[in-house]
Design a protein around this ligand. Sequence first.
Ligand code: FAD
Ligand code: NAP
Length: 335
Amino acid sequence: MKIESDVNLQRFNTLSIQSTAQYFAQPQNVLQLQQCYDFAQQNDLTIKVLGGGSNVVMADVVMGLVVQFVGNEFEIINESDSDVVIRVGAGFNWHELVMNCLDKGFYGLENLAYIPGHVGAAPVQNIGAYGVEVKDFIERVNGVYLATHENFSFNNAECRFEYRESCFKQNLDGQCLITSVEFRLSKIEQVKIDYSPLKQMAEERGLPSARKLADWVIEVRKSKLPEPSELPNAGSFFKNPVVDQSSFETLISLFPTIPHYFSGAQVKLAAGWMIDQCGLKGQFFGPVSVHQLQALVLINHGGTAQNVASAAQAIKDKVQQKYGIELEQEPRLFS
Ligand code: FAD
Ligand code: NAP
């Protein structure tokens, strides 16, 4: 394993921001990870953990040692007639994992097909799409604390998963490196088609197999979401806001067509719809634009983290003025 200096991170982030890492390494296993700790300690460097770079906004310069753990083992650790527990290295590509599991007859992850990134980042924001969240399949998350190099192994409850949240984004933010994730998957096919595009496809085409459902998810995503290789982006740039019942009642009286989804005592709103209603679809803020088809996605046309931050702030201000709602940014600054 090489530890290189002054590495251009442009190809390591889907917003394609020009950024220089002071040092960069891609350890494959715990031994190589140990070399990273030693190097960081000897040179008084902070370790910054990167996955596939699809949910970060890269700063111009990232000081310290950027570590992209690429260990990608796949192991069955427990199996019965009805389900299976697999342990997967953090460096495994997420979409390939979903498709590999379907090939093996391990079901559950199909709605999460075609999400970019690595397995190690999936628990960080509890990735979700089309009514499924990865937390529903996670048994354990294994990793190391960066300060002490001690191992940890958290069960599902200890990860404190919430909507696009976990302890890894909260108190452990920047403090740990996830090395593997254990998933419990079903051997019994049962598809989830609650979200409207999938429901509509099922009505038109019949109930899909899990494998077919993954194909549908890929089809819908390709029709709505820009490919980062063509139009650099980080997926949804803002989280969908969740408000309480009384705030919702005020909003619906002012904006009767506002899309909303009840979840217990809370109501989830569609941030993309609000941005669209502010007339921002297709609008440019310097070198950053709001995507024509999906207003929740920002496209970077050669800008820096500062350009992306200014665009995001301008959008947040417009939504705040019109709806009184403060949007929360999903991708974090990587600096
Ligand atoms: P990165 O962007 O590299 O990192 C994200 C964060 O996790 C950083 O803070 C990083 O430090 C931390 N991290 C990464 N790996 C580790 C590790 N091994 N240990 C500890 N911390 C780590 N997200 C969804 O939830 N649902 C979607 O449907 C979805 N669709 C998307 C579509 C597009 C086109 C794009 C570009 C993004 C989309 N995303 C979606 C966002 C993104 O793909 C996910 O959040 C993904 O899990 C990020 O993975 P990554 O490996 O690229 O992480
Ligand atoms: P969409 O269908 O245009 O819907 C807009 C939003 O409404 C979604 O974000 C979704 O919230 C919510 N929604 C729709 N139907 C719902 C239902 N039946 N129950 C509860 N909430 C519902 O969404 P989209 O932008 O094309 O995305 C499709 C899915 O992929 C969504 O789940 C979305 O989160 C996910 N996605 C995420 C990212 C990312 O970067 N985080 C990027 C692209 C797509 P939820 O977000 O809670 O699902």
